[in-house]
Design a protein around this ligand. Structure first.
Ligand code: 13P
Ligand code: SF4
Length: 341
C-alpha cells in the first residue's frame, strides 16, 4: 500500500475524530510502520482500546485479550509487536517463547495487574488449602504461574463452570468476580487482608483489585443518561461494579460489545468502558449513534502511540522477557484457558 492509499484508507474512519492534517501525519507514520513490519517479518497485534488512528492503520489483527492471546500462540512471524499493555505482551511471550515480543512503551501497566503479587497468591493458597485458583489474565506472569487456570472477561463464566469444585479462588478483580458470582449463582466473599475468620457459607473467594477506569462508572451516570435518552442501549464491561452491570443492558468482553453494536439496531448506544473503543466502534459503524459522553481513557493503554510503535520496530524495543521457570508454569494456566475457549 502506498502512502496515499494508507491515507485514503484511514480518512473515512477518522475524519469525524480529528482534523485532516493530523490524519495525514498519522498516515505517514502508519505507512512507515507497515513498511518496516514487512521488512522485519513482524506481526502487530492491537487491543480494542488502542487510539483510533493506530487501531485503524497498523494492526494485522485487533481484538480482546482472549483473541489476541490465541493469535499470539499461533503466529509464525519472528517479531510480535503488542499494541496493548504489559500483561498482554507478557502473555504473548508466555505462549510464543521463541518469538521476540515488543511492547512499544517502556511501561504500560494496569491497576488490576498491580493489585496482586505472587506472594499474595501463595498466602491465599495456604489460607484456603486445596481450593483451585482462577486468575484473570490482567496479572503478571509470576501470578499466573501460581494459579491453576487463567480467564479473560470473554470466558470467565465458562472457566469457573468448568472447575469441578465447591469453592474456587478468583483473582484479582473484585468486580469481575462479583459479576461472575452473580451470573453463576455463587456466593462470594472478599477475604479481609488481616486473616480474620471468614463466614463459612461461600463458593467463591475474591480479591480487592479494581480497574481504575471501570470503577469510575456509577449507577447515577446510567440514570442520568436514561433520563435524557430513554431509548439508549447501555453496554458495560464486566470490570464495572455489579450494580452498574445490573443497571446496563449488556455486559461482555470488549470484542463482544463491538459485535453487539454491529448486530443490533438501537437509536443510541452508550459504552461504559475505555473511551477509545467508542471511537473505534463509531468509525466502524458510521450509521450508529454512539453517545460520546465518555471521558475515561486508560492511562496505560494511552502509552501506546504510532510514534512509539515505529521506534519499537526501528530499535527493537522494549523486549519482553519472562524467566523460563515462571513462563512454563504460567503457560500451563494460559493454555488450559485457551483449551476451554
Ligand atoms: P477484554 O479482555 O474484554 O479485551 O478486556 C481487557 C481489559 O483490560 C479491559 O479493561
Ligand atoms: Fe487495566 Fe483497566 Fe486499563 Fe484494562 S482499562 S488495562 S483493566 S487499567
Amino acid at each position: 500500500m502506498t502512502l496515499e492509499e494508507t491515507y485514503q484508507m484511514m480518512r473515512p474512519k477518522l475524519d469525524k475524530l480529528m482534523p485532516d492534517g493530523e490524519i495525514r501525519y498519522k498516515a505517514e507514520l502508519a505507512y512507515e510502520i507497515n513498511q518496516l513490519k514487512k521488512e522485519r517479518n513482524a506481526i502487530i497485534l492491537g487491543h480494542n482500546y488502542m487510539e483510533p488512528a493506530l487501531f485503524h492503520s497498523i494492526p494485522d489483527f485487533v481484538g480482546d485479550s482472549l483473541a489476541l492471546s490465541r493469535k499470539a500462540a499461533e503466529t509464525d512471524q519472528d517479531i510480535i509487536v503488542f499494541c496493548g499493555v504489559e500483561f498482554m505482551a507478557e502473555t504473548a511471550k508466555i505462549l510464543s517463547p521463541d518469538k521476540t515480543v515488543l511492547l512499544p512503551a517502556e511501561k504500560a501497566g494496569c491497576s488490576l495487574a498491580e493489585s496482586i503479587t505472587a506472594e499474595d497468591v501463595r498466602q491465599l493458597k495456604e489460607r484456603f488449602p486445596g481450593v483451585p485458583v482462577v486468575t484473570y489474565v490482567n496479572t503478571y506472569a509470576d501470578v499466573k504461574a501460581e494459579c491453576d487456570i487463567c480467564c479473560t472477561s470473554g470466558n470467565a463464566v465458562k472457566v469457573v463452570e468448568s472447575l469441578q469444585s465447591d469453592v474456587i479462588i478468583f483473582l484479582p478483580d473484585e468486580y469481575l468476580a462479583k459479576n461472575v458470582a452473580r451470573e453463576t449463582g455463587k456466593k462470594i466473599i472478599i477475604p479481609s487482608r488481616t486473616g480474620e475468620t471468614e463466614p463459612q457459607d461461600y463458593q467463591m473467594i475474591g480479591w480487592h483489585g479494581k480497574c481504575e477506569v471501570h470503577e469510575k462508572f456509577t449507577v447515577e451516570d446510567i440514570e442520568q443518561v436514561r433520563k435524557q435518552f430513554p431509548d439508549v442501549l447501555i453496554l458495560a464491561h464486566p470490570e464495572c461494579s455489579p450494580e452498574v452491570v445490573e443497571a446496563s443492558d449488556f455486559s461482555a468482553s470488549t470484542t463482544a460489545m463491538m459485535n453487539y453494536v454491529q448486530e443490533t439496531n438501537a437509536p443510541h448506544y452508550l459504552l461504559l468502558t475505555e473511551c477509545s473503543m467508542g471511537d473505534n466502534i463509531m468509525a466502524a459503524n458510521p450509521d450508529k449513534e454512539m453517545l460520546r459522553l465518555c471521558s475515561v481513557r486508560c492511562p496505560h493503554m494511552n502509552q501506546i502511540t504510532l510514534e512509539d510503535t515505529l521506534a519499537a520496530l526501528q530499535k527493537t524495543q522494549y523486549v519482553i522477557e519472562v524467566p523460563e521457570e515462571i513462563r512454563v508454569k504460567a503457560a500451563r494456566s494460559v493454555q488450559r484457558m485457551i483449551e476451554i475457549g
